[in-house]
Design a protein around this ligand. Structure first.
Ligand code: UDX
Ligand code: ADP
Length: 472
């Protein structure tokens, strides 16, 4: 049997996964034409912009890779029909947020964009197509994709030679580190039952990934591995965050505990930083999928176990808001508070599930005046996330208000407190002496990432609260 030869790839979805992944593919596979398609014209225009600061996604190294290949073997377009019809391989990298209504609301993933993509592939493809599931999806989604594709094969009125192989190839990249993760992955996972299709995808990766790092599994193991990896990572964060609260109550120091446990090679030192709770588009969504799946199979204990990871995460965010209010004499109404960092972590402009959103909303409920500064997040994102319109309506009812600041100094000017929520490099070297002069006294800094030079802040005269240390 002949092997499949991949000369043209189409990637549906030009987002945080599709964009960087295809930029890396294009750089390593100069002989493959890669087209990234999206229904969002603005997003495609941004990818095609001559001004790299207009790219829709901020990722270190990404601009260089895109500029190296764009309009050579990497194209960004909204022309879905053409790019699917000429592709030998189609990646589905569309968004799969948690459902907000209907069956499984609050737990299951909304698969409407995945389904729409599968229908478009079914409609426009005209030869054998390898369809690769790249978005994070619940287990057995590949099955749904297969069913849609097969029905189009059966009802193929134009009698073209349509046929499909479906693979699961989950993405493990972490935002802010996307290019490094894609260039040098811990492993690449390819799940499926068509060996020729698996080999074709494996062949592409082997242009830069050592063969022993390419794992081939059945499709469900691949899908479940992605959910499980994210659940385990999130569980570590909830674990260390739960201990951070205990440290604050008992006088232990979370950084000392972290070092002591991290030196146990079975535990390892990575992913043990306490913080305001995990955010990002994947962790909560994937655990909710696990919870939903476990309940579906009547494994309530398993569902409850994983739900606990999310419960701790929500508790961590709300306990931080509560303690800030308590330290500020139980009242933040009309007090100006500087919020440093709105992205869910450093080195990304993504705010999905960012703990900053919850902390800001809690403080607005208390009537605070927030001045928000983030070096990379666009103003329009903050406006969307804090539901600006709703905010305006509520101001008269004692709800707080917020504004966007242009720098750390601008945010701090006239404030009672600074809350550091994202560990941007820029915040590590704040000149506290200069800053405190602009603030109202007593001046506070709440460091939810344990990353500032607290000795300098104390010396300058600030009251310092640091996660996992309490007052120092
Ligand atoms: C995650 C997974 O790491 C990645 O493999 C998967 O493909 C997608 O989900 P991402 O969401 O980009 O990636 O970010 P990650 O670096 O994992 O951080 C997630 C959240 O956990 C962030 O809010 C981060 O601040 C927080 N975190 C991480 C901590 O609070 N402490 C840590 O030690 C590590
Ligand atoms: P992720 O983090 O999974 O990459 P994003 O939201 O960043 O998620 O990107 C998903 C992209 O997929 C969005 O730009 C969205 O417009 C696009 N998209 C969703 N559905 C379709 C579709 N049917 N056809 C083309 N693009 C789509």
């Amino acid at each position: 049997m002949n092997n499949y030869v991949v000369k043209k790839i189409c990637c549906i979805g030009a987002g945080y996964v599709g964009g960087p992944t295809m930029a890396v593919f294009a750089n390593h596979c100069p002989n493959i034409k890669i087209t990234v398609v999206d229904i969002n014209q603005e997003r495609i225009d941004a990818w095609n912009s001559d001004d790299i600061s207009q790219f829709p996604i901020f990722e270190p190294q990404l601009d260089k890779l895109v500029l190296n290949c764009r309009n050579k073997n990497l194209f960004f377009t909204t022309n879905l029909e053409q790019s699917i019809s000429e592709a030998d391989m189609v990646f589905i990298s569309v968004n799969t947020p948690t459902k907000t209504k209907g069956v499984g609301a609050g737990k299951a993933s909304d698969l409407k964009w995945v389904e729409a993509s599968a229908r478009q592939i079914a409609k426009f493809s005209n030869s054998h197509t390898i369809v690769v599931e790249k978005s994070t999806l619940p287990v057995k989604t590949a099955e749904t994709i297969k069913k849609i594709l097969l029905s189009s094969q059966e009802n193929n009125l134009e009698k073209t030679e349509k046929s499909f192989s479906v693979l699961s190839n989950p993405e493990f990249l972490s935002e802010g580190n996307a290019i490094k993760d894609l260039e040098n992955p811990d492993r690449v996972l390819i799940g499926g039952d068509d060996e020729k299709a698996i080999d074709a995808l494996s062949e592409i990766y082997s242009n830069w990934v050592p063969k022993n790092k390419i794992l081939k599994t059945n499709i469900w193991s691949s899908e479940l591995s992605k959910l499980t990896a994210n659940a385990f990572l999130a569980q570590r964060i909830s674990s260390i965050n739960s201990i951070s609260a205990l440290c604050e109550s008992t006088g232990a120091d979370i950084n000392q505990v972290k070092k002591a446990i991290g030196m146990d090679t079975r535990i390892g030192e990575k992913f043990l930083s306490p913080g305001p709770g995990f955010g990002g588009s994947c962790f909560q969504k994937d655990i909710l999928n696990l919870v939903y799946l476990s309940s579906f199979y009547k494994l309530e204990e398993v569902a409850n176990y994983w739900q606990g990871v999310i419960d701790i995460n929500n508790w961590q965010k709300s306990r931080i808001s509560r303690l800030i209010v308590n330290y500020l004499f139980g009242n933040v109404s009309e007090k100006k508070i500087a919020i440093l960092g709105f992205a869910f972590k450093a080195n990304t402009n993504d705010t999905r599930q960012s703990p900053s959103i919850d902390v800001c909303k809690d403080l607005l409920e208390e009537g605070a005046h927030l001045s928000i500064y983030d070096p990379k997040v666009e103003n329009s994102k903050i406006i969307d996330d804090l539901q600006n319109d709703l905010n305006k309506l509520k101001v008269n009812q004692g709800y707080g208000y917020w504004e966007i600041a242009s720098s750390v100094l601008d945010a701090a000017n006239g404030s009672d407190a600074i809350i550091l929520l994202t560990e941007w490099d820029e915040f590590l070297n704040i000149e506290w002496e200069k800053l405190i002069k602009l603030m109202r006294k007593p001046a506070w800094v709440f460091d939810t990432r344990s990353c500032i030079d607290y000795k300098k802040a104390r010396k300058a005269g600030l009251n310092v609260w640091k996660i996992g240390n309490s007052l120092i």
